[in-house]
Design a protein around this ligand. Structure first.
Ligand code: PLP
Length: 375
């Protein structure tokens, strides 16, 4: 198997899975119980929050709420901060967990503005500046695109947002960037930041939201008052601890891993250039994550190519797996891609487990299959 869909999800690391299994057997207690072993689990969760704060370079009085998915965390941000007489701004490139939640708020009478994208899929800063004003209470812009890997300059975004309205909160969906980029929420004045465990070789069903001390979120799940009243329901301590182990591994080896991924991606680009295939690399003018490569092949359909590659044991996706049920592609449309460029879109997303030989094999398969499909 050659798994090139690491933006959809990643293989759980063996050592993380083993840790989760061991922790869940040995520390199965409910962190809300008051006897000693349960209190120890609660302490582990508090230390897990501190680990996230350290990784994000947040102030020590920052907060972390653990959730079941980044989708849930993103819903909490928008639904928990929306105000009827104020406006929310999101970018047109946001993941459906932000975009659909914003649309839903709009349908309920809340005011939402959409910031356009540049051709490289980064957010258009001039449009942000034009739409930003005293009435905007929340801006949500992703750190890196799940479609193209293009990285938004959070520092520049923050300067515009806070320059126009110091009271406006700035949220960034960091699901694709976390574990791949260094994050500094204090320096960049990011008030809220979303992360997900299964994108960094951690267990599924675990994610979290960082928010600064000044943020007041309205809880969306009510009940026993867990997670400081923000997300009722018994926590998933083993999953959360596994998420922390996965995060530490990502950040401890960040530079070396990114250098490898950069070489891997460049090798893919170079080898593809040596073929006579017709294609374009999307977002090539942006600074992108080292593990995502979005390519539009001409004269073939992305889904057909996807299934052709599947026969070789190569797994890729067309745009975002989360939005694959929708027709067309909102993000690629907003980048200005033509229908033909969109139709032939394939997203290759790598991990450290992909080898140079895997890339060579994939290029060979692409050459063969695209030729077959055209014939
Ligand atoms: N945000 C981005 C940018 C994503 O890529 C994804 C998943 O693909 C999500 C949010 C949703 O994450 P989760 O699967 O944890 O709900």
């Amino acid at each position: 198997m050659i798994y090139l869909d690491n933006s959809a999800t990643t293989q759980t690391r063996k050592e993380v899975a083993e840790y989760v299994a061991k922790y869940s057997v040995e520390n199965f207690f409910n962190p809300s119980s008051v006897y000693q072993p349960a209190v120890k689990v609660k302490l582990d969760l508090d230390n897990a929050r501190k680990s996230i704060l350290r990784i994000l370079n947040a102030e020590s009085n920052g907060k972390v709420v653990f959730t079941g998915s980044a989708t849930e965390a993103n819903n909490l941000v928008l639904n928990g901060l929306a105000k009827k007489n104020k406006k929310i701004l999101i970018s047109a490139g946001e993941h459906p967990s932000i975009y659909e939640t914003a649309k839903n708020l709009e349908n309920q009478g809340y005011e939402v503005g959409y910031i356009s994208l540049n051709a490289d899929s980064t957010v258009n800063l001039t449009d942000l500046e034009n739409q930003m004003n005293e009435n905007v209470c929340l801006v949500s812009i992703m750190h890196a695109s799940n479609e193209t890997g293009a990285i938004n300059d959070l520092g520049a975004i923050s300067r515009i947002v806070k320059g126009k309205n110091p009271n406006c909160l700035l949220h960034s969906d960091g699901v694709q960037a976390y574990g791949k980029l260094r994050v500094n929420v204090s320096r960049d004045k990011i008030d809220l930041y979303t992360m997900s465990s299964h994108k960094i070789h951690g267990p599924k069903g675990v994610a979290c939201l960082y928010f600064s001390n000044k943020v007041r979120l309205k809880p969306q799940i009510l009940g026993g008052g867990q997670e400081n009243g923000l997300r009722s329901g018994t926590e998933n301590p083993a999953g959360i601890m596994g998420f922390i182990v996965a995060s530490d591994i990502m950040y401890n080896g960040l530079q070396k891993r990114n250098e490898y991924l950069r070489r891997l991606k460049q090798h893919f680009i170079n080898e593809l250039a040596n073929t006579d295939l017709e294609y374009q690399i999307n977002a090539k003018d942006a600074i992108t994550l080292d593990n995502i490569l979005s390519i539009s092949f001409f004269g073939v359909r992305g889904e057909v190519l996807l299934h052709s590659l599947e026969k070789y044991g190569i797994y890729v996706s067309t745009g975002s797996a989360c939005s694959s049920k929708h027709i067309g592609n909102r993000v690629l449309t907003n980048m200005g891609l033509t229908p033909e460029q969109m139709q032939g879109n394939v997203r290759f997303s790598f991990s450290e487990f992909v080898t140079m030989q895997d890339i060579d094999y994939t290029i060979k398969a692409l050459k063969q299959e695209i030729q077959n499909l055209k014939d």
